[in-house]
Structure formats: structure tokens, C-alpha cells
Design a protein around this ligand. Sequence first.
Ligand SMILES: [Zn+2]
Ligand SMILES: [Zn+2]
Length: 335
Amino acid sequence: MALHPDQWLKPAGSGLYCEPGGFHIDPGHPVDRAVVTHGHGDHARPGHRRVLATPGTLAIMRNRYGEDCADVMQALEYGERVKQGEVTVWLAPAGHVLGSAQVVLEYGGSRAVISGDYKRRFDPTCTPFQVVQCDVFITEATFGLPVFIHPPDSEEIGKLLHSLELFPESSHVVGVYALGKCQRVIALLRRAGYDAPLYLHGALTELCDLYRTQGIELGELRPATTAGESLAGKIVLAPPSALEDRWSRRLVEPVTAMASGWMRVRARARQRGAELPLIISDHADWPELTRTITDVGAGEIWVTHGREEALMHYATQQGLRARALALIGREEEGQ
Ligand SMILES: [Zn+2]
Ligand SMILES: [Zn+2]
């Protein structure tokens, strides 16, 4: 008789604790052993004694927190298995940002999959989400309402390029988060045939360099602060926080865009001062969440963070068991 995962996998603060393995998943505070799904700050924290993660995630953690941000950093390739205590652990691609992983745990005759943050649609900057059959699927629900249907990325990038045609003398500044969104917007622009240099706020260069060392093509990137170069008619990427500060004065009659899944919500776009909201999300929308629940074939769904209720209701309607974990300290902004 299989041991039910609720016997050995428990919510702990902002993460989960696996008792027979002796490790936490995405803990929000320093622990002895951590398995980290991906490099975003609400999942990857400095100060653990041992960290197990993909090489991409470890590279991002070193970049953000320094070489000695953990005593031991153990890299695990997608699909490679290790034993932690009595638990078999492996990582499967989550399609969220470079290095992002689902954590697969096998113990006592059952398999639980912790999705971390994920999406299903194509992203040229990371390995696509892998469906892993399991008994319990632990999913995020950032966009867990039926109203959240993200449009195709190509449409959103098309809006930006169209605006550039209409206002060829304006700087087009796009607010993007430094990890993931920035590199994805760049890669999508390149796929849409935009091959002119792109201009970066200084806070974005290091992670772009890191992506390139991991083999992601981004084309020609220049610092937005290069003396003497006019930014008229150029596309400039900057962190959302920089859009309103002194830095942006060097832009010429700027058109302000913002790339985020939240741009679907008008009030948020206004609040961000985005004249050109681009709905580009690194989180699954409602159709992706519900399709994934079907695809993984789990009899039971646990929902970690976001809008749990609608997704739990959906799972129950499909004849599945559903449970809200109500983890604390997860940020919904950032992607
Ligand atoms: Zn994330
Ligand atoms: Zn997150």
C-alpha cells in the first residue's frame, strides 16, 4: 500500500518540507538542505547550507547572491536522479525561465511533482515544460481564473513593432523584470525579425550576459547610457522601477510599454504608467493550468499560490481531490 504524499510532504512557511528526505523546497529562510526550482527571488534565497538545483539556476543564484551564497551547491541536470535520504529526487523542465525546474519526488510507492512557476507556451530562452505523470501534482495558480487567457506572444510583440512604425522618432521603452522576461522579450523581438541593436538599462546587462554564456542568442545589445548616442527610434529595455526615475529623461518622446501577464488587467497597466501594455507572461494562463492538470494524470491537486479557489473547483469538477496549501511569502508580481 502506497504511502500518501500528505504523510511525507508538508507546507513549511513559503515552501514545502519533505520529511524522509530531510530537505525543503524553495524555502524562504536559510535551511540545512534546499531544493530550488528557479532563480526568482521568492523561490531562491541565499544562506542555505546545501542547495540542489539545475546548473542554470545555480548560475543565476551565484550571479545574484555571490559565489558563496550556499556552502555546497549541487547541480542536477534535468532527468538525473539522486537519493536524498530515502527519497528519489529529479528535476524536469518547467518552461518558466532559464534553468527552471519542476521537482519530482518518489517515495513510499508514490510520486509527487512540485511544479514551481511554469508555463506551457514556447519560450526561446528556456527548455519547454515536461509533462510528468504523478499521483499528486502541486501547482501554482498565479493566473488561476478563467478570465486569464494570455494572447499569443507574437501578437504582443507585433504591437510594439507597430508602434515603432507609427512613431519612428520615439524611444520605445519596455519595462521588463531582469530575470526571464527581459531575455524573452529580446528573443521574441529577434524571432519577429527585429535585428537592430537593443538598448539596455545597466541593471539588465549581467543576466543577459549570463543567458548568453548558457547559449541563448540575444543579438546585439548596447548600454542605454552610451554617451552621444541618441535613443530616438530605438527600443530600450529597463526594469519597471526605472521607468519613472531620472534615468528615463534621456529618452526621446518616449512611448512606455510594460511586458507582464498582469497587463491584461487595465488598472494594473494604468498604475504602471504603461501606455502600451504587452501581455507577455511567464506563468501559465487558465487554459494552460487546466490542460496541465489533465495531462499529468494526478488523482490529487495541491495549489500553492495565486488564485487557488477557481482551480480547486475545476479539479473537483474533474473528479480529482484538491487542496490549497496557502504558502506564505510568494510574490505574485515579478513576472
Ligand atoms: Zn518565478
Ligand atoms: Zn514565483
